[in-house]
Design a protein around this ligand. Structure first.
Ligand code: AMP
Ligand code: FES
Ligand code: ZN
Length: 318
């Protein structure tokens, strides 16, 4: 098998593009896909300050590597959720990679330790709050990503969500007809209200398999293990189904998710834009000031339960 571009020996075949690439041409392909995503979705410009949420997994570490190689100014944030050995390992991978890139590019890695703030890890915290662990974890991550981006004046916050993540989420939303979430499924969400950072997903054109290959070929040392809490989750089931379809008909995920984005972009602009809708329903949390639909945001409610910090009257209102 030879490289479609330069005809030397290929190291990876990409059925959905009907192509095969050598290491150099594959790296060029990956960088080009990310550059196209950034440009077509107006994610950020060369002088913007970017904050990448890094989990220690292949996608977010590859994203950090790619943005730096493309010449962007990108720092990173890791949230340690206190999930035993899994968090210890991912923390170690992130700090090791952070040391290498800060030596070469002078960038910063911010660390947030949930146990230091809440006095406990995510599993216990979710129990106090009577919430499934993954949903409590989602609240904490979204909150911390936004808080650090706003407090440290980053122009934009980026995550490592890839094509498989977005196609699986879209499938879940459609299966349950959660159309209210569809407007927020684009790879670039504006800072709709004060206190909300702009959020982007520059890897939405690349599949999980392509990103794993990129990480391996470029010697990015990442945590291979999935979070133990995610076992049996709906998201993993949707990914499995989509992978089966992809094997039978290469390009299925791309057609599904990119096709959705194209349809959304052609939709008549509704009378109320996303920003107007957000402005109408969001107000500053009375405890932390981050935008929320309730009087107290779900993050503050959870932390208050964990710390037993609210008075009886306040707790009754939650
Ligand atoms: P996941 O929800 O685990 O698929 O992760 C999606 C994206 O969220 C990752 O690519 C990262 O950008 C970000 N992320 C997940 N977990 C963390 C974490 N503990 N700290 C910082 N960023 C994270
Ligand atoms: Fe949050 Fe697994 S990463 S529960
Ligand atoms: Zn709050």
């Amino acid at each position: 098998m030879n490289c479609t571009k330069c005809k030397t020996r290929a190291v990876i075949r990409l059925p959905r593009h009907n192509a095969a690439f050598c290491k150099n041409c594959f790296n060029g392909f990956v960088h080009d896909q990310v550059a196209r995503a950034i440009k077509s979705e107006k994610m950020f410009e060369k002088d913007d300050r970017i904050l990448i949420a890094v989990s220690g997994g292949k996608d977010s570490l590859a994203l950090w590597d790619i943005l730096l190689k493309l010449g962007y100014r990108a720092d990173a944030l890791y949230v340690n959720l206190g999930i035993g050995g899994y968090s210890e390992q991912s923390h170690a991978k992130v700090t090791k990679f952070g040391e290498v890139v800060s030596a070469s590019y002078g960038v910063t890695l911010h660390l947030h330790m949930l146990e230091q703030e809440a006095g406990t890890g995510i599993r216990e915290l979710a129990q106090f709050a009577h919430r499934p662990t993954c949903s409590a974890c989602g609240t904490i991550k979204r909150y911390q990503f936004n808080r650090v981006a706003i407090d440290k004046h980053y122009d934009v916050m980026a995550t490592g969500h890839n094509l498989d993540d977005e196609a699986a989420r879209l499938l879940g939303n459609i299966l349950h007809w959660q159309d209210e979430y569809l407007d927020k499924q684009g790879p670039s969400l504006p800072a709709s209200v004060e206190g909300f950072a702009k959020k982007v997903k520059p890897l939405y054109r690349l599949s999980e398999r392509e990103l794993a290959a990129y990480a391996v070929l470029n010697r990015i040392d990442y945590i291979v293990e999935e979070c133990p809490m995610a076992k049996g989750s709906k998201m993993l089931q949707y990914k499995e189904v989509l992978n089966r379809l992809e094997t039978e008909s290469p390009g299925t995920k791309q057609t599904f998710y990119w096709g959705f984005l194209e349809k959304q972009s052609k939709k008549q602009p509704s009378a109320t834009t996303m920003s107007e809708k957000d402005q109408a329903i969001l107000q500053p949390c009375s405890s932390c000031s981050q935008p929320t639909t309730a009087e107290v945001c779900s993050y503050c409610k959870m932390m208050a339960r964990a710390k037993g910090g609210f008075s009886g009257e306040q707790a009754a209102r939650l």
